[in-house]
Design a protein around this ligand. Structure first.
Ligand code: CU
Length: 75
């Protein structure tokens, strides 16, 4: 199932990195203030995916499949 991420930063440039349950970087896109980047990723296996800033700013945990109803955003 493809999931589209709409990625934007509120402050400075960040690197949006999506890591699979085995810790491998599977997708990345720049997060910039004032511009929305789109990233589509097809999740092929269930598990806990992580979104890490490639600039070492923080972490967002994303289980797959998400609990329903899923509306996106930080958890
Ligand atoms: Cu960052």
């Amino acid at each position: 199932m493809p999931v589209e991420f709409l990625v934007r930063a509120a402050d400075v440039n960040h690197g949006f990195g999506l890591y699979d349950p085995d810790g491998r970087l599977v997708a990345e896109v720049q997060a910039m203030p004032g511009y929305t980047n789109r990233l589509t990723y097809v999740f092929k296996k269930p598990g806990t995916y992580k979104v890490l800033c490639l600039e070492f700013c923080g972490v967002l945990i994303m289980p797959w499949p998400p609990p329903l109803p899923y509306r996106g955003g930080k958890r």
